[in-house]
Design a protein around this ligand. Structure first.
Ligand code: UD1
Ligand code: MG
Length: 454
């Protein structure tokens, strides 16, 4: 919509958060709170919004540098003053201005689009979003004439006892006719609190004989505004429910939805089951028919189909299909487990490729290694990849059998089909189809390859 722009108000201090971090940068399911509002407004209007910043302006600007234009409001003298501060950043030819508080992360693009369309079809200068709930949470009250027409918004601080009983609340999202907005804003009076309230525009329009339209929210959770950390937790719970519902509707089983933490960026395939107490974060993608948890912490990890991850920590890793890990496994950055890898108790893998069918059942550390197909890694095997100064690689050929408690002192190559004895400390390369034992390990005999090789 070329003639529409969104303005997000985010200059307030957020005093009630009691935090060093600006309110709109507090993370909500992995993303700064303002990211949600930004996305919703950008989607509804089809262009980058203007964000009004003031308190900690540089920090907020840096966090969203490429997603918005910014207007500085300093000092912050109220929401009406904030919109005025954005005016200079509004391009020519704009006919409708969508204004929304930056502290409402659950408002959807759909709702904002409906608000916009309602105003475009309306004769008066304002359409505002309202909600009816039992707990007014300090929101502005929507005062109506006896015939039902909107009369004004009254802030809680200025409301009479009777007005305080009103249950229709101002959500804090509005669509204005641009020409009317710019000529009316300078006429907003200073409130008793010393602020210019955007909400006073409603009474002003009505006094001029205009009609103000109210669009009611269907889902009151969209109106959750965050002023305190209690509200932040409420917003997180509501957002989580939304994510969980979407996942379940798309064929994912959540055994106990209330006990999962799944960020909105995570994708999960059909017929995957997520057990309780899982934390799934960031750019994580999980395939179909997997079993995840209980107790899994997974961040930025790609998981194929038919995998099982039980009580394990997976960070920046890749699992191909039918990988089975845990309990108590730890995949670190650059771990790549090919199809059918089995990694049992207390394994740790960092920056390594484990080929198809590798078995690593118990207590092992594999770092900076490339491990061929069907290698068996005995209990307690360690790649000694660090000499105190530098990291060194280990290569193990396919079908090798690493005996329990083998120390592989890198840089090192173990040939295809080779074996090491239990407790070996291997400091020299072991040729293919050769058995090495002892401390340090020495070659004691050649082995017979399974197939005749050239
Ligand atoms: C505001 C509304 C209230 C509504 C409620 C919904 C006004 C006067 N009141 O109250 O009717 O029910 O939101 O949540 O608008 N901000 C600025 N500059 C300022 C002041 C605020 O950018 O000078 C920003 C804040 O950062 C925040 C938003 O505007 O994102 C709303 O401000 P806040 O102080 O939270 O207003 P409420 O008291 O919640
Ligand atoms: Mg607020």
């Amino acid at each position: 919509m070329p003639d529409t722009i969104g303005i997000l108000l985010a200059a307030g201090k957020g005093t009630r958060m009691k935090s060093k971090t600006p309110k709109v940068l507090h993370p909500l399911l992995g993303q700064p709170m303002l990211a949600y509002a930004l996305q919703a407004v950008a989607t509804a209007t089809g262009r980058r919004p203007i964000v009004v910043v003031g308190h900690a302006a540089e920090q907020v600007q840096a966090a969203f540098a490429d997603q918005a234009a910014f207007a500085l409001q300093d000092p912050p003298l109220g929401t009406g003053h904030a919109v005025q501060a954005a005016r200079a950043a509004v391009p020519e030819g704009i006919r409708w201005v969508l204004v929304s508080n930056g502290d409402m992360p659950l408002l959807t693009a759909d709702t904002l689009r409906r608000l916009l369309e309602a105003q475009q079809a309306h004769d008066g200068p304002i359409t505002m979003l309202t909600v009816e709930v039992d707990d007014p949470r300090g929101f502005g009250r929507v005062v109506r004439f006896p015939d039902g027409r909107v009369q004004a918004i009254v802030e809680e601080a200025d409301a009479t006892d009777e007005q305080k009983r009103i249950r229709e609340l101002n959500v804090g999202a509005y669509c204005f006719d641009a020409d009317w907005l710019w000529q009316a804003l300078p006429r907003v009076p200073l409130s008793a609190k010393g602020e210019y309230y955007l909400t006073d525009l409603v009474g002003l329009a009505v006094a001029e004989g205009h009609s103000v339209q109210a669009l009611r929210l269907e889902d009151p959770t969209e109106a959750i505004g965050v002023n305190t950390r209690v509200h932040l937790a409420e917003a997180a719970a509501a957002l989580q429910q939304r994510i969980n519902r979407r996942l379940m509707e798309n064929g994912v089983t959540l055994i106990d939805p209330a006990r999962t933490y799944i960020e909105p960026t995570v994708r999960i395939g059909r017929d995957t089951v997520v057990w309780p107490d899982c934390t799934l974060r960031g750019n994580t993608e999980i395939g179909e028919d997997c079993e995840i948890g209980p107790n899994a912490y997974i961040v930025d990890t790609q998981i194929g189909n038919g995998c099982r991850v039980f009580a394990s920590v997976l960070e920046y890793a890749v699992l191909e299909d039918h990988v089975d890990i845990g309990p108590f496994g730890h995949l670190r950055k650059g771990a790549h487990l090919a199809e059918g890898v089995h990694m049992g108790n207390f394994g740790e893998v960092k920056n390594s490729y484990l080929g198809p069918g590798v078995k690593m059942g118990h207590f092992s550390y594999i770092g900076d290694a490339t491990i061929g197909e069907s290698v068996n890694i005995g209990a307690g095997t360690i790649t000694c990849n660090y000499d105190g100064e530098r990291k060194h690689p280990t290569k193990i050929g396919k079908g090798a059998f690493i005996g329990s408690d083998t120390m592989l002192v890198a840089p090192l190559e173990i040939g295809e089909g080779a074996r090491t004895g239990a407790g070996a400390v291997v400091t020299k390369n072991v040729p293919p189809y050769t058995l090495a034992v002892g401390v340090p390990a020495r070659v004691i005999r050649k082995l017979k390859p399974p197939h005749q090789s050239a």
